[in-house]
Design a binder for this molecule. Sequence first.
Ligand code: CMC
Length: 427
Amino acid sequence: MTQKTITLTDNTSGKSTDFDVLEGTHGPGCIAIKNLYKDTGYFTYDPGYGMTGSCKSSITFINGEEGILLHRGYPIDQLAEKSSYLEMCYLLLNGELPTDTEASDFNSTIKTHTMVHENIRDFINGFRYDAHPMAMLVGTVGALSSFYHDSLDINNPEHREISAHRLIAKLPTIASYCYKHHRGLPFMYPDNDLDYVQNFLHMMFAVPAQDYVQSPVAAKALEVMLILHADHEQNASTSTVRLAGSSGANPFASIAAGIASLWGPAHGGANEAVINMLENIEQSGETIATTIARAKDKDDPFRLMGFGHRVYKNFDPRAKIIAKLCHELLDDLDGDQPLFDLALELEQATLNDEYFQERRLYPNVDFYSGIILRALNIPMNMFTVMFAMARTVGWISHWMEMHNDPEFRIGRPRQIYTGPAKRDYPS
Ligand code: CMC
């Protein structure tokens, strides 16, 4: 097959240059511009990198126009229905679903790493009583670099793998300790007789004086939520992990950078912002109509939280799955129905509104995930921590993929300089 090319012509000099078009398994081709400056004397300008492919990846595929999300080729709805979170972790890390033996070995490996060094508990106890759990998480995951000197050689595949396993195994433990510290409650050790999700719920909600009675529906809802958030291609936090890691930073430091990026309200902080927004509507007496009017008003910085997506210009496929889950969970737990009803009302109103239709703004996964987490009694300031826990496998899978990529080099975007022209220092 002949190589597809695109010709770029400089209208000033009349010089034409051909650029290769690279094709993936699915999705539009990408113009390979690695030699653009050498061949033309220009860089590209793409604020927010919305048109820039930064790497080749075989982990996740998104078609935002059609609302398709595939992990290693498998559609997200099939994974959410048939898979488990740990199986999903194996798939993302290794590229294929595990055999029964591989699954059992992987589960045992993860279980051997669920505990953290006792000094990590002291480290978390050193935070102020009112520290935000995300502040504790970002600091503690970064601090893991100071505990595992035995596995920090990023050029050693075995070190990379054990770090990935440690991160996946320890995140629930650390997340629960951030919560317990915030509440002034004793930390619970992991219970390796429980599965990944049950163990997390145990560490969160059991106390030494009383065990936590597990609800299978709650555990299932959380498991699906973790699956839905496990990876999402080159989003801000994943790109941050890759960029931080591209300098050769260790995996714990790289994942801590990803957690920091996730924290913002335009990314992982959105599920918390959704609940704040719904509660505000409920308590302030504001109507759905006035809320929507504010979101459309260009003089008002307010945006409808949980709506819109950089990539999805159609329904977020994860939002469809999670909306159904919301119904099942709230029916079972007799949970926060008024807030959910309000959310459905808001969703309906936007679907019928020209502003949202024209801009193709649909509810995203975070619109519903906050309602589920709330129904599970997970406090709002832990919502982004939950997202980070789920996404850790995605981040570390991308970090590992990057280290196996022969084309990998340090990330270094360019800029258009708009400062003062060269001038002399006053004499
Ligand atoms: N409410 C009202 N208007 C909106 C919204 C919104 N939530 N989102 C986008 N718009 C408008 C925006 O004002 C712009 O209008 P115009 O063309 O008239 O200037 C147009 O839609 C395009 O918006 P954009 O800012 O260019 O879109 P973007 O791709 O840069 O931003 C986004 C994507 C997710 C940051 C944005 O939609 C947003 O801020 N949403 C609310 C926060 C949110 O829910 N974030 C979670 C994202 S999903 C989970 C994750 O990936 O972490």
